[in-house]
Write a protein that binds this ligand. Structure first.
Ligand code: F6R
Length: 549
């Protein structure tokens, strides 16, 4: 996942850029590059592999420039080579830019540029942007921001962009469309970043750019407008995360740290939201739309990956506690497929980051059809948080690890609170029942802690199963989304094939695959379907000798 950092101010840009991009390393990348405007011209460098490779290349240079951009690239168009690494530039090496996202119509644009005499050096979609800006600038007769707007009007696709012009040494341009990009506001300096953790050490005041907006930043000023050059007013917002929250705090990696933060994360998502006395869930973010919620006849919950699976669990919970039918939809499907909308329908979008492109597109579709839109989001001020009619924040601190862990639990707990809030309004849940659920919820952080305390024993189990290359996760009811989530996490983290499946589905075909080399993990607590799960386990053991857990 690519990262962007940009700086304009009075300090030396190089150390700020390197430190910023290092803070985004956890997201994964395969090459990195930077460009800084020096008094003698542009200083640019790239390296394949770690940021430390780039750092070694630039460590003996005496860069004094105070305007620059840096990027870590995760290859999409073209292999991870130095030539394909960002920044990219035009024929005359005047405009340098870094880009996150995908330019969908780059093929047609590239052909047109080539026939106009432009020479391309990389295989990337991004390089077309540099040449388009070159063309639009008419040798500098058109100011950079106008050339950028003109260029972006020709482009179809997604972008977070930071752009500099060697001949305009005090100006940093940022632009966004469906790729996260923020502007950090310092004293006599501005930052651009694809993620706040890159710049938190320098400033906590940020501006969240909207899609289709361009920011022109100089040490002393900022102007923000849309592609038609119409000014847009933005106030900066304060990020409350502590810097330690984005550091590893003694854990070998962020994922482990975040798993161990789960009890606290749950407490923070529940805090202040339970009124035991009245037996109600207090979701402040929904007060403004209380009346509209009363009329809701159907709910669609949408998200991607883990967030979608939390939504699937939310469907089961809401349907159990209310009289409202719920659809859970992958945002990537919902955004493209024909969906039969109904009157009085609400759509809930779940997203830790609040920036996932498919989820954003699904939200836009729901808005177009005038649904009441709600968000369950962690990152305050993120696009989904801003674009929805109302919502509930997760309050779990930054999730730095790419794999969602504490966020999943928090999303499920918030959906449960939401279900109780709806159920109490509709009288499908009594105060007594709500209190019962609240009491169980309050026990969760301790229960999770007691599992985390078994860390060493869990490690032993992991060692035992590490040699296997295929796993099946089975569950029923609430534990079906949990089975899918288990399989997703194993695939993502261990690169081991795993499938999540409804336990009842297993004997209708999939059982043929499993044998002694294909362990099955059953999520089978003592609930109403416990006996059914036990007979499935017996079946698997008897017929295929799959090691079961
Ligand atoms: C899996 C994982 C992803 C995210 C998904 C949505 O571990 O992290 O599946 O859950 O990409 O991300 P958000 O919640 O930021 O919209």
């Amino acid at each position: 996942m690519c990262g962007i950092v940009g700086y304009v101010g009075k300090k030396k840009a190089l150390p700020i850029l390197l430190e910023g991009i290092k803070n985004l390393e956890y997201r994964g990348y395969d090459s990195a590059g930077l460009a800084i405007i020096e008094s003698s011209g542009i200083f640019a460098e790239k390296a394949v592999g770690r940021v430390s490779n780039l750092e070694s290349r630039v460590k003996n240079t005496s860069s004094h420039g105070s305007l620059g951009i840096i990027h870590s690239r995760w290859a999409t168009h073209g292999s991870p080579t130095e030539v394909n690494a960002h920044p990219h530039t035009d024929c005359k090496s005047r405009f340098f830019l870094v880009h996150n996202g995908i330019i969908e119509n780059y093929g047609a644009l590239k052909n047109a540029l080539i026939s106009n005499g432009h020479v391309f050096v990389s295989e990337t979609d991004t390089e077309v942007l540099a040449h388009l800006i070159e063309e639009a600038s008419h040798d500098g007769r058109v100011v950079l921001e106008d050339a950028v707007c003109k260029t972006l009007l020709r482009v179809k696709g997604t972008y977070g962009l930071a752009i500099i012009d060697a001949k305009d040494p005090g100006k940093l341009i940022a632009a966004r469309n469906f790729s996260p990009l923020i502007v950090g506001v310092g004293r006599g300096e501005y930052f651009v970043a694809s993620d706040a953790s890159a710049i938190l050490r320098h400033t906590r005041r940020v501006i969240y750019l909207n899609d289709g907006e361009v920011a022109v930043l100089t040490p002393k000023s900022r102007r923000i407008f849309n592609l038609q050059k119409k000014s847009v007013r933005h106030h900066s917002e304060k990020i409350e995360w502590r810097t330690e929250a984005v550091q590893k705090g003694g854990f070998p990696h962020f994922m482990l740290k975040e798993i161990f933060e789960e009890p606290d994360a749950l407490l923070n998502s529940i805090r202040g939201r339970i009124d035991m006395k009245r037996g109600i869930a207090v979701l402040g973010g929904l007060t403004g739309i209380k009346e509209k919620l009363t009329n809701i006849r159907r709910i669609i919950i949408s998200g991607m990956g883990t967030a979608y699976l939390a939504g699937l669990l939310g469907k089961y919970i809401i349907e159990e506690l209310t009289d409202i039918p719920v659809e859970a939809e992958l945002a990537s499907e919902f955004r493209h497929r024909k969906y039969i909308f109904q009157k009085n329908e609400a759509a809930v979008f779940i997203s830790q980051s609040g920036e996932t492109a498919d989820t954003l597109a699904a939200l836009q579709k729901a808005k177009k059809h005038e649904l009441l839109t709600l968000g369950v989001v962690n990152v305050v001020g993120s696009t989904i948080a801003r674009e929805t009619d109302a919502g509930v924040y997760q309050h779990i601190g930054p999730e730095v690890s790419v794999a969602s862990t504490k966020a999943f639990l928090s999303q499920v707990i918030i959906l449960t609170l939401f279900a109780i809030a709806l159920g109490r309004e509709r009288k499908t849940v009594s105060a007594k029942d709500a209190r019962k659920i609240f009491l169980e919820m309050k026990k969760l952080p301790k229960a999770i802690q007691s599992i985390l305390n078994m860390n060493e024993a869990i490690k032993e189990i992991a060692k035992k199963y590490a040699p296997y290359r295929n796993f099946l996760y089975l569950g029923r009811g609430y534990n079906l989304p949990a089975a899918h989530e288990g399989a997703l996490k194993l695939k993502e983290i261990s690169y081991v094939h795993a499938e999540g499946m409804a336990a009842g589905e297993m004997k209708h075909g999939p059982i043929a695959m499993i044998d002694e080399q294909f362990p099955t993990i059953f999520i089978a607590p003592k609930d109403s379907v416990y006996e059914k799960n036990i007979s499935n386990i017996k079946e698997i053991k008897a017929r295929n000798k799959s090691p079961t857990m």
